[in-house]
Design a protein around this ligand. Structure first.
Ligand SMILES: Nc1ncnc2c1ncn2[C@@H]1O[C@H](COP(=O)(O)OP(=O)(O)O)[C@@H](O)[C@H]1O
Ligand SMILES: [Mg+2]
Length: 241
């Protein structure tokens, strides 16, 4: 479904991604595990057209999208939940969700369709239902993460990109969110690519993972195999549980 082919992204003289190649199959949950500064956010931004790769290609459903505009990429079926959530704090929950539906250019969906999609999001995250008229800034961190995911879902993506969904969330709150994401994958076949520095999450939630170190993919494989790898255990899993 998604293929990155020898991507290179630089910020001036700083090369953030070098020769990054990866694949995500339809229906799969894939993770990119990497420490702070490894290039995880840059990779997602390159896929969604927010950074311009110097080299390499991005293909989505066999079509090259490398230099497309971000809005066209969303319209094509890729939605991005940014790091730090970035909901619109002064807008209500409902307004944030509605914005997600209209972010696709050329979208002429009927109001009824939007209402149905919103209802599906509120069913997935019931705590948001009681808060639809509240300003997003009044929500807890976990609720804002739910809203950010919900807003992305309103664009009806076939591929969902998640930038460190665990950041700053208590384990219990995170568990609820992961459960909802799992439901989306199992029941709706939504394909996901998530980037994480939380190794337990990256390796437990996904079935296949890539390890990114200072802009390069240094290891990849089914998560069941990576979890047993000495290097992964020592560097990523060993220090804390
Ligand atoms: N806008 C930017 N300008 C210059 N350097 C950047 C910019 N964004 C990220 N970088 C650098 O690129 C590298 C990768 O950053 P990033 O993709 O944010 O990593 P991660 O998300 O894994 O923490 C880091 O060295 C970071 O300092
Ligand atoms: Mg990041």
């Amino acid at each position: 479904m998604l293929e990155c082919d020898a991507l290179e992204v630089a910020y001036g003289r700083v090369i953030a991604l070098r020769d990054v190649s990866l694949r995500v199959q339809q229906g799969q949950v894939v993770s990119i595990l990497g420490a702070n500064g490894a290039g995880k956010t840059t990779l997602l931004r390159a896929i969604t057209g927010l950074e311009r790769p110097r080299r390499g290609r991005v293909l989505f459903e066999h079509r090259e999208i490398t230099h497309w505009e971000p809005a066209d990429i969303v319209h094509r079926g890729i939605s991005h939940v940014p790091s730090g959530r970035q909901v619109f704090g002064n807008m209500t929950v409902m307004e944030n969700l509605r914005l997600g539906a209209y972010i696709r250019t050329g979208d002429r969906r009927l109001a009824g369709d939007v209402a149905r999609d919103m209802d599906a999001v509120l069913e997935l995250f019931p705590v948001l239902r009681a808060r639809v008229r509240q300003a997003a800034r009044t929500l807890s961190g976990g609720e804002q993460q739910m809203l950010a995911i919900g807003r992305s879902l309103m664009a009806r993506p076939r591929l969902l990109l998640l930038d460190e969904p665990s950041l700053g969330l208590a384990p219990q709150v995170l568990e609820g969110i992961l459960g909802a994401l799992q439901r989306l994958n199992r029941e709706h076949g939504l394909t996901m690519l998530l980037v994480e520095q939380n190794a337990h999450l990256a390796l437990d939630f996904a079935t296949y993972a890539y390890v990114l170190e200072t802009g390069r993919i240094v290891q990849s494989g089914p998560t069941s195999q990576l979890k047993a790898s000495d290097v992964i255990v020592q560097i990523y899993l060993g220090l804390k549980h």
